[in-house]
Ligand binder design. Structure first.
Ligand code: SF4
Ligand code: SF4
Length: 226
């Protein structure tokens, strides 16, 4: 298992490869366009660690206050991770039903329609790209191949953080900030009930029609040096 510094180095390389892929797409996403910044975004604990280790103590305290408020409100709480979904698909079972509604509100980290941790944002935010402004259409327009690529990156990120957790951004961030501070352990147990243990990657979610087209991206992922 990689230590956290190597995990973060691999994560940076994954983000870089993905951002290069997005540069090749015809998308309209830009700064201050933030309809996709909802309270339903998910992330891993490794991605939370990347953000938290890069911000100062005051920003951490401000963020913790906002997150503590958010985790009392309605938000998307996933029941399974992407690698668990892949395993369910492999066994021909049905995934559990999960409730999510964008009207539940914005991401608690968002300030004046801009992300204060944009360069550090988790993959769940990076992969929200659209060919048309979501404000005009009501939903993001993402092509099927990009959705496949997104699944593959989610699976890799979960895999490198296989000893960590996934969950709603607010729960994961609150859990990680709390866990990395020298506080008592009682709240950690409570928050972990909304988190899911990550699962190693066993099979990639790639439909047959995308297997050839995605090969250069897979080659770039395989070439990552840990
Ligand atoms: S995904 Fe939609 S809301 Fe988000 S930046 Fe792109 S167009 Fe804007
Ligand atoms: S972390 Fe940043 S980019 Fe992600 S949803 Fe929140 S404000 Fe938007």
């Amino acid at each position: 298992m990689l230590n956290v510094y190597r995990q973060l180095a691999v994560l940076d390389q994954l983000y870089k490869i993905y951002d290069q892929f997005v540069d090749s797409l015809d998308v309209v996403c830009e700064k201050f366009c933030a309809d996709c910044c909802t309270c339903n975004v998910t992330m891993t604990t490794l991605e939370a660690h990347k953000i938290i280790s890069a911000i100062d103590l005051d920003s951490k305290k401000t963020m913790q206050d906002k997150l503590n408020q958010q985790i009392t409100k309605q938000r998307f709480i996933p029941k399974i991770t992407t690698n668990q979904l892949a395993n369910i698909c492999l066994s021909d079972d049905d995934p559990p039903e999960e409730a999510m509604d964008p009207s539940w509100g914005p991401c608690p980290i968002l300030v004046d329609n801009a992300c204060p941790v944009y360069d550090l944002r988790p993959f769940g935010c990076r992969c929200m790209v659209s060919k048309q402004r979501c404000a005009d259409t009501g939903v993001a327009e993402i092509d099927e191949f990009t959705i496949t690529v997104n699944h593959v990156f989610l699976q890799y990120i979960e895999h490198i953080d296989q000893n960590g957790f996934s969950g709603n951004l607010s729960d994961v961030m609150a859990h990680t900030i709390f866990n990395e501070s020298a506080d008592t352990g009682s709240q950690i147990t409570i928050r972990q009930t909304t988190l899911i243990k990550n699962t190693p990657l066993t099979a990639l979610l790639i439909p047959p029609e995308h297997r050839q087209k995605i090969e250069p991206i897979l080659a770039a992922l395989r070439a990552i040096k840990a």
